[in-house]
Write a protein that binds this ligand. Structure first.
Ligand code: ADP
Ligand code: ASP
Ligand code: MG
Length: 407
């Protein structure tokens, strides 16, 4: 007997027919003698629909009410999944995030998990139930419902797997695993059979939607080995863990594109100590995540600062920075939302040179202009025009011959 956590994403539970299919798979796992905890997302499209309704009633809905609303999507699917299992004669019980003992901090819409009190789940398992937990949600010490940011059901799965010391954590989605690039954009992308946490983390945080980046961070910290695989077939997926065997040989493992970026240019500011500190302090205090930062060489005491933020934060960045400009002696702010970030990721980059040159050449050969560049030990990111982003992913994927790797 093993303890297995299975997470089913939005398309996997997209309608009642899909929920029935998922229930059949859960039953199969249960019939093999395993203890099963299942985490489900809202049906695909539901979270977006709820968000749109909120915005149609109020320009800036409060974060508390948003959490109250968005958590509903997952509550529908836990009940329906439990009912589908009951219909098949399987003992199952649904649990909200709060009932599953998932305690978070007080930051609404992007809460962090602080503790998991798994007594209820342990009791459910001991009584022979399959437990169906609502993804994406928790509760804070004031008893308020919180959510974990988009794609947050992945985080619930990792947290559950860590808390109940699961033997296996399976993330079921609508693709066969993690590919060298988004298979919907790069048609010759290859499925990777294994990936290290660090690579998965860099891919996820640079736009590879298949896993939420915070969930991968959590998995790495708590050493949760997980498999990303399809709920639509029985093909083997991608195992994500600390060490993988190819590490030294393969330089680049994947290419990702993030279109949810905006470029903010703060120009004509005084080039003196403390200016950047004030700009970025204001953004940090408001929880705005700043990614790439470039400051040009000051001329005649004047400098320009350029950086990227998630698109949804660009307007609030402007509002936050206007008073800062007054304080630091003037300047202008401009936003460009029509940008995208292309990233190339691989642990092998640590020991190989020429990766950046290959990316730049591939883009140059296709006349794709490079705007901003940033590098880390295992990633190179470049900001480009959004209209060219998919093409950039394809030519970069081809330049590293990623269509020839994988399993
Ligand atoms: P779920 O609803 O199951 O959580 P998501 O929509 O969040 O699923 O993630 C799955 C999608 O991620 C796929 O349909 C695929 O288009 C996209 N994707 C982007 N990059 C990749 C990649 N490198 N490998 C696999 N899928 C990717
Ligand atoms: N339903 C949430 C979302 O759409 C969480 C998830 O699906 O993981 O982002
Ligand atoms: Mg997802």
């Amino acid at each position: 007997m093993a303890r297995i956590v299975q997470k089913y994403g939005g398309t996997s539970v997209g309608d009642v027919e899909r929920i029935r299919k998922v229930a059949e798979r859960i039953k199969l796992t249960r019939d093999q003698g395993n203890e099963v905890v299942v985490v489900v997302s809202a049906r695909s499209g539901v979270t977006n629909e709820l968000l749109a309704r909120a915005k149609s009633l109020c320009d800036e809905p409060s974060d508390r009410e948003l959490d109250m609303l968005l958590s509903v999507g997952e509550q529908e699917t836990i009940a329906l999944t439990a009912m589908a299992l009951h219909g098949m004669g399987v003992d199952a019980v649904s649990r909200t995030g709060a009932q599953a003992g998932i305690f978070t901090d007080k930051v609404h819409t992007r809460a962090k998990i602080q503790a998991i009190k798994s007594e209820t789940i342990e009791k459910d398992l001991a009584e022979g139930h399959v437990v169906i937990v609502a993804g994406f949600q928790g509760i804070n010490e004031d008893g308020q419902i919180t959510t974990f940011g988009r794609g947050g059901s992945d985080l619930t799965a990792m947290a559950m797997a860590a808390a109940i010391h699961a033997d296996k954590c399976e993330i079921y989605t609508d693709v066969d695993g993690v590919y060298t690039a988004d298979p919907r954009v790069v048609t010759d992308a290859r499925k990777l059979s294994e990936l290290s946490y660090d690579e998965m983390l860099e891919l996820a945080s640079s736009g590879t939607k298949v896993m939420q980046s915070r969930s991968v961070e959590f998995a790495k910290k708590h050493n949760v080995v997980f498999e990303v695989r399809s709920s639509f077939n029985f093909n083997p997926g991608t195992i994500v863990k600390e060490e993988v065997s190819y590490m030294e040989k393969v330089v680049v493992r994947g290419v990702s594109v993030d279109k949810d970026q905006a470029k903010v240019i703060v120009s004509n500011i005084l080039d003196k100590p403390g200016t950047s500190a004030k700009v970025f302090r204001a953004l940090a205090d408001a929880n705005v995540l700043v990614d790439m930062i470039v400051q040009n060489v000051g001329r005649q005491g004047i400098a320009n600062l350029t950086f990227t933020v998630p698109q949804g934060d660009s307007q609030s960045a402007v509002k936050l920075l206007e008073p800062v400009l007054d304080e630091i002696g003037g300047g202008q702010i401009a936003i460009h939302e029509h940008v995208a970030k292309l990233s190339v990721v691989g642990v092998g980059m640590k020991t190989h040179s020429g990766v950046a040159a290959t990316v730049f050449q591939a883009l140059a050969d296709n006349e794709i202009n490079i705007d901003l560049i940033s590098t880390s030990e295992i990633k190179i990111s470049i900001v480009i025009d959004q209209d060219r982003a998919d093409e950039a992913a394809r030519v970069t994927h081809a330049a590293f011959e990623l269509d020839k790797i994988g399993d």
